[in-house]
Design a protein around this ligand. Structure first.
Ligand code: GAL
Length: 681
């Protein structure tokens, strides 16, 4: 792997407005249709087309034959219309000839079955033939199109993901382990191989974890968490190696154009924090499940923004109307697309792109929503909404480009902890990392706080509040940095199952919670895990909340109880504690409190720093701040309710979308699903 060639500040494509457009597959249509497409793109205010995402079998019909004729014409047509191109390398779906000639390129699954040709995302990341041919394609494209007037950004591959378990990967894993652990003694120690007679005496004895080796009942049940964790890290790096190899090939010919790949938000298989330094800018595809609360996509936006140290990112894909891959694919109701798009911008998106601009006539995405449907009409509801939104976004010009989020609250997000928690035998399989993280994120956001979702290595000196939900693994100097935060007056909050293990998933040979015990002022000897339907009443001051799943029995060692359990043999013992440390506080929530309980705790924490927002009493109204490069503080107001919201302007401001001016204290009404972008005056 090569050293990252960008700082973590991000290098975004330069545009004069929010790029608007999306995935475009003209290769599926006769060229006479392209003119219709461009006419409609103009009507919808679209200036940016992502092309070539799945065109490898066209650009390279045989190993020794390249054909860029069609792509040349696509780019020329776009340039003629003054549109930008985000050019994909197209290496996410291998052509049939490649799979036939190099069968080792087909992935081997968790059960050990070598797949045959089919679908997409179907390549083994360590197969030399794939690497060689994918890299060659990226290089050829860059050689041909570097400097093209339409070229705005490079889009490598598509939604990297999945896992391979073939022998090539096994060999590469052994090499990766040598680099990571150095010696077999260190590896045996990290994996705790004295357990079940696993001491390795040769690197060749190591088998990757799979259904044939350490696992039973699927990928979450492993005999050796250390082995499985390392394989997840290795797969992250193996796929990242594919990305960096293509990027290097591009850089040979094109030193400047920003490079990205479309990520998938909180996607468990890949630790995006390991990818972050290699991306020039982050981008992601937003397809929230239909029943997801708005804080779910918001969390993913903030996580992706956190990859590049708070720099804006691109919304690379979203559907204008409906998905196709779910069992049931509801429509976005009128106004929902607009709201979701402004939500992305509010959280730091500097581009708003769709999948897809024109619907496929065939194959599994033929019913997927598109800006232009099969009949090529502009007089549809979806087209009208898309066009209206294009106009509205254009109104902002370049105002929000490069704008940062002024968050004083950080939430630590950690793939290692996610993996470790969900492959752990005990205490409870019912604790799901993203759910607990979301509960705390939602509480902070609904209280009106901007939140940076950051890795554990992030600089914490800029924050007043740091939240660490189920941060199962603790590594590096994090405990020291959290102590510094608290000493200087900040507030730290951790929950149950935090700081249980080191980076290899070995329990600390000390009291729980390991290296955070002193800061939190507690000791935990026992924890009780119960089925979903067992409820513990937790009393906190005047209020009582339900708690579920895991009840840790906390012994205060300096901390004061804030809430106590109401039932069972540990009734009366603390469920929530607060420890004064330096000028600050360290809170511990020892159980999975229901959302109202988490609200209660999080609002107390935020309140201490004046971080509860002016509209916190209206949970359906989301607020998000951005500070423009010129130093202006914009406040986005997003009404997620299907009913109007009645607010009182907290400051004198102008709504940039309507031009309406508000005096401080004046009534401000938001339509159902309405949006306002307030610029203070
Ligand atoms: C994305 C993918 C696109 C398309 C879309 C459909 O995950 O990148 O190529 O398949 O889903 O929702």
């Amino acid at each position: 792997m090569t050293a990252p060639d960008t700082g973590n500040d991000g290098r975004l494509p330069r545009t004069g407005k929010i790029p608007y457009g999306g995935d475009y597959n003209p290769e599926q249509w006769p060229e006479r249709v392209w003119d219709d497409d461009h006419r409609l793109f103009s009507r919808a205010g679209m200036d940016t087309l992502t092309v070539g995402v799945f065109s490898w079998s066209l650009t390279q019909p045989a190993e020794d034959a390249y054909d860029f004729g069609l792509l040349d014409r696509v780019l020329a047509r776009a340039a003629r219309a003054g549109r930008h191109i985000v050019l994909a390398t197209g290496t996410a779906a291998v052509p049939p000839w490649l799979a036939k000639r190099y069968p080792e390129v087909n992935r081997t699954d968790f059960e050990g079955r070598r797949h045959r040709y089919g679908q997409r995302h179907n390549f083994c990341p360590t197969a030399p033939a794939y690497r060689r041919l994918a890299t060659a394609m990226a290089g050829r494209l860059a050689e041909r199109y570097a400097g093209h007037e339409a070229l705005l950004a490079w889009h490598i591959n598509n939604e990297y993901g999945g896992v391979c378990h073939c022998d090539l990967c096994a060999e590469a894993f052994r090499g990766w382990l040598r680099e990571r652990h150095g010696t077999l003694d260190a590896l045996n120690d990290a994996w705790w191989t004295a357990f079940w007679s696993h001491r390795y005496t040769d690197w060749d004895q190591i088998e990757p974890p799979s259904a044939l080796t350490e696992h039973w009942r699927g990928p979450d049940h492993t005999a050796f968490q250390g082995i499985t964790l390392d394989y997840q890290r290795f797969m992250t790096d193996a796929l990242l190696g594919c990305f960096t190899a293509e990027k290097e090939a591009i850089r040979v010919h094109d030193p400047d154009t920003p490079v990205t790949t479309n990520l998938m938000g909180a996607y468990r298989p890949l630790d995006y924090h390991r990818w972050a330094p290699h991306l020039d800018f982050a981008s992601w595809d937003n397809y929230p499940p239909p029943d997801a609360p708005p804080t779910r996509p918001a969390l993913a936006h903030d996580l992706i923004r956190g990859l590049k140290d708070g720099a804006p990112f691109w919304l690379m894909e979203q559907t204008p109307s409906t998905t196709a891959c779910r069992d049931v694919n509801p429509l976005r109701r009128p106004g929902e697309l607009r709201l979701a798009t402004w939500q992305a911008v509010a959280h730091g998106a500097d581009a708003a792109l769709y999948f897809q601009l024109r619907a496929s006539l065939g194959a599994c995405e033929k019913y997927h929503g598109a800006v232009i449907g099969h009949a090529g009409r502009a007089d549809t509801r979806v087209f009208r909404e898309v066009a209206a939104l294009g106009e509205e976004l254009a109104q902002l010009g370049d105002l929000t480009l490069g704008a940062r989020t002024p968050a004083r609250t950080a939430l630590l997000f950690d793939w290692d902890s996610w993996w470790a928690l969900e492959i752990s035998d005990g205490p409870s399989r019912l604790v799901r990392y993203p759910d607990v993280v979301h509960t705390y994120y939602r509480a902070a956001r609904e209280a009106g706080a901007d939140v940076d979702v950051v890795p554990v290595t992030a600089d914490l000196t800029r924050y007043d509040v740091v939240l660490a939900p189920v941060l199962h693994l603790i590594r590096g100097d994090l405990p020291t940095r959290l102590e510094e935060l608290t000493r200087r007056g900040g507030t730290f909050l951790a929950t149950f199952l935090t700081a249980r293990c080191d980076e290899h998933d070995r329990a600390f040979p000390t009291d729980v919670p390991g290296p955070l015990a002193g800061l939190l002022g507690i000791r935990v000897d026992e924890w009780d895990a119960r089925p979903q339907d067992v409820i513990q009443p937790v009393r906190m001051g005047e209020s009582c909340h339900d708690a579920r799943l895991v009840f840790e029995i906390v012994q205060p060692r300096g901390a004061e109880p804030i809430a106590t359990y109401g039932a069972d043999f540990y009734a009366g013992t603390p469920a929530v504690t607060r420890n004064r440390f330096g000028d600050g506080e360290a809170w511990y929530v020892a159980t999975a409190l229901d959302p109202s309980g988490v609200d209660d705790v999080v609002r107390r924490v935020l309140d201490r720093h004046g971080l509860v927002g002016p509209y916190a009493h209206l949970p359906a109204v989301e607020t998000a701040g951005r500070v423009t490069p010129a130093g202006e503080h914009l406040l986005f107001l997003l009404n997620h309710a299907p009913a109007p919201a009645h607010l009182t302007a907290h400051t004198a401001a102008t709504d940039l979308l309507t031009g309406k001016r508000y005096a401080r204290g004046e009534p401000l009404a938001l339509d159902p699903l309405g949006v306002a972008v307030l610029r203070p005056r």
